[in-house]
Structure formats: C-alpha cells, structure tokens
Design a protein around this ligand. Structure first.
Ligand SMILES: [Cu+2]
Length: 431
C-alpha cells in the first residue's frame, strides 16, 4: 500500500508543473550576453509577456546597433518551459509597423501558429495578442515574426523557445543557448541594412561580436550542452576546439543515440537549431567559432582587390604624392591591419576587423567567436583568468627572432618544458 502511494506520488511529481518560485527540475539555460524571460503562474498557466520594439544592440565595445527585438534586446529573452506546461504568451507591438509571432518548431494548434494574414490578423502597432497552447514535446525551438519577415528578422527579431523534457533526461550541468546572426552595417552606420541578401559584414553570437562575446565558463568534468539557432540568410559551421561532441537534437527533436556520430563542427543552416553535448574533460581556453573565416571577423569589406604578394612600394610612393599618409595594405596578409587600423582610427561606431587580446598577443578574430573556458575547482562561473598551460604542454619556439619571441612569450616561464606528457583522455567523448 505504502509502496503504491510512493509510486503514485512519484508519477504525480513527474507530471505536475512545479509551483511558481519552486526550483526547476532542470538545469536552467544560460543565454550568454542574453536573458531568460520571466513568467508567472495564473490558474495553472505559465504566462509570459514579450514586447516587440526597437532596441539598442551593443555589438561590442565601440559599436552599438539600432535594431529591432523583444523586451529591449536582440535576440529576445529566452523562453524556457517544460514539456506538459500550458503556456500563454502575450505579445505587445511597439514597432512602427504590424507584426506577428511564430513558434518555430513548436507543435501548436493552427490558429496559434502566428502567420500574419494566414492564421490570424497582423498585430497592429499598440495592439497586444495572446497565444496559448500546451507543450507536447521537448527540444530547442525559436520564435520570430511572420509579418514583414525580411525586414523584421534582419533587424534582429528572434529568440529561443526551449522546452525541457519531463521527466528530465540525463541531466547536463551547463546548458547554453547561442543565437547566430549576420548583419550588414555600412561603416559608421548604426542601423543594419535589411535589404542585404548575401554580403554581410558583422557576425554575432547572441547579438555580440568578439571581443564583446561572453565566454562559456565550465567546471572541469561537467556535462555540457550548447544549443545553436539560426534565422539568417547564411549557414554557420560552428567549430569547437579541444573536444569531440555529438549532435543530440534539432528543432525537430532528439536525435536517437544510434543516429549520432562524433563531430568537431556542426553546421547550423537557416531556419534550424542544432544541439550538441560533450563532457568537458580537459581544462583550457578553447576557441568556439564559425568556421567560415569571414564570419570570425568584424567590419569585413569584401569588395576589395587582392593585394596578397603584390609589391606596392613603387605605387605607394606615387600615390602618397597625391594622398599624403597613404599606406599600402594587405601585401603580407591581413594580420598587420589590426594594429594599423587601431593606429589610424576607423569610422565611428565601427569595429576593427580583428580584435581581442589574449595572454600572448592579439587573438586576430572577431565576429562569431568566443571561448569555452574549462577549469578545475571553479567556485562560480565568473570569467576566470587566462588559462596557463602546465610546463611541457605549450608549443615552444625552436628558432627565429629572440626579440619577437620574447614579446610572444608574454613573460611566461619556459623552464621545465617536456613534451609527450599531455593527458588526452579527457578529450574523448565517453558516451
Ligand atoms: Cu558563419
């Protein structure tokens, strides 16, 4: 009898929605540089409120975009709920034009699908609409407008809609969500051009370009999930250094374990989400970035002649008679442009192409780039100091300029170098 009651209680606990304010039965999602949408319980319904509005987007130090989004940000705050929840989402339109909101990947009754003109009237400026449905699945989904989509999504109107599994599956310790977005900002301009179809120049994780992106801070040994979403015009192959991972889900749901294979890069096409999982078994500062090389750069201009290997010295002498201070660029690659651009100063509100300082010098990346920081013994998830590789586990100079090497060494102790002792087992995906 007691056993039956215990079983019934366990079944009820698994099915009942948690009381408002009770700790969630899942690891809450972290949206780096972003936010999670608060909710309140009203008669058994989780009620959320989104406001569509113009927003300021701090792309990185030195650049702010005038964009559109939800609740003061782009991407909008992450909606987080649990399978079985009844949710009501209010949308207030504070844009200068009509909008609507679609729940991408969420299985809803047709009238809740949010396609302006098709399943409901467009939501006019000043109006508020309510959407209500029961969540019958779990996974990583999105929300975005379905009115004047080209303009509204290009300006940043999008967000995560994450539904946790009930009962919880294998628990992860850290659960991150990163929205990918490409923008076209004319040099010096703050408003992105929504008419651009292919040639974008600014690439962001959750509305931030490196070095404006927050790192993903993880304690050594933790199970990590990262969810990526893309509503742009281009696909983004996101590459993680130091690990192998498995793609465990799409916006269609879980991928069964028998269909998962190891990867180091996951391509995230437009209109899709991808979820990856791995165990963070090796400490370090591991790069996480889009592998389209132009997407890991800022303010990248593409309509330029190829100067690689071209001796510009005679041309430079001639041009500088007409344009005092003229400097030829690109002869030895783009790496020197960072320091040059910093010295010259670019247009206002425009980022240098490659920025970010590491312990050994400029990182030479921008755009869709951040760092997975894995450390033993973390007490909290604040950004830790740069990783210091143990003696014998960092690349070393064999020959070359001692002066350059000294600068590159960054003053680190190079004694006791011994190769061949680096422990690799933590990099294996144990499952
Ligand atoms: Cu990309």
């Amino acid at each position: 009898m007691i056993r039956a009651i215990l079983i019934l209680a366990a079944v009820w606990a698994a099915a009942a929605p948690p009381a408002a304010g009770a700790p969630p039965a899942y690891t809450p999602v972290v949206t780096p540089n972003g936010a999670t949408l608060p909710w309140k319980m009203e008669d058994g319904v989780k009620v959320f409120h989104l406001t569509a509005e113009p927003v300021e987007c701090r792309i990185a130090p030195g650049m702010t975009g005038r964009c559109w989004g939800y609740n003061g940000r782009t991407p909008g705050p992450t909606i987080e709920a649990v399978e079985g929840d009844r949710v009501r989402i209010l949308l207030t339109n504070k844009l200068p034009e009509a909008t609507s909101i679609h729940w991408h990947g969420v299985l809803v009754p047709n009238g809740m699908d949010g396609v302006g003109g098709l399943t409901q009237p467009h939501i006019q400026p000043g109006e508020t609409y309510a959407y209500e449905f029961t969540l019958r699945q779990h996974g990583t989904f999105m929300y975005h407008p379905h009115t004047d989509e080209t303009q509204q999504m290009a300006l940043g109107m999008e967000g995560f809609f994450i539904v946790h599994r009930r009962p919880p599956a294998r628990r992860v310790d850290r659960d991150f969500a990163i929205f990918l977005h490409e923008w076209d900002f004319e040099p010096g301009a703050a408003s992105p051009n929504p008419a651009t179809m292919t040639d974008f120049n600014t690439f962001t994780f959750n509305g931030r370009a490196y070095p404006g992106t927050a790192p993903l801070v993880v304690r050594l040994g933790q199970r990590v999930r990262i969810r990526f979403a893309n509503l742009g015009m281009d696909s983004h192959p996101i590459h993680l250094h130091g690990y192998r991972f498995k793609v465990t889900g799409t916006d269609g749901g879980d991928i069964p374990p028998s269909a998962q294979w190891p990867e180091t890069t996951v391509n995230v096409p437009p209109g899709e989400t991808r979820t990856i999982e791995f165990t963070a078994g090796v400490p370090g500062d591991w790069a996480l970035h889009c592998h389209k090389s132009h997407h890991a750069m800022n303010a990248m201009s593409h309509d330029v002649p190829n100067m690689t290997g071209v001796d510009q010295s005679s041309a430079a002498a001639l041009i500088s008679r007409l344009v005092p201070g003229y400097m030829p660029m690109g002869q030895n690659g783009m790496g020197d442009m960072q320091e040059m651009a910093a010295a010259m100063g670019g247009p206002a509100n425009t980022l240098p192409m490659m920025t970010g300082e590491g312990p050994f010098g400029p990182v030479g990346m921008g755009g869709m780039f951040t760092i997975l920081k894995v450390r033993a013994g973390l007490k909290d998830y604040r950004d830790p100091a740069p990783y210091r590789a143990p003696a014998g586990t960092r690349a070393w100079r064999v020959s070359g300029s001692a002066a350059r090497a000294k600068k590159a060494e960054g003053g680190l102790d190079m004694k006791g170098m011994e190769m061949g002792k680096m422990k690799m087992d933590g990099q294996e995906n144990p499952r």
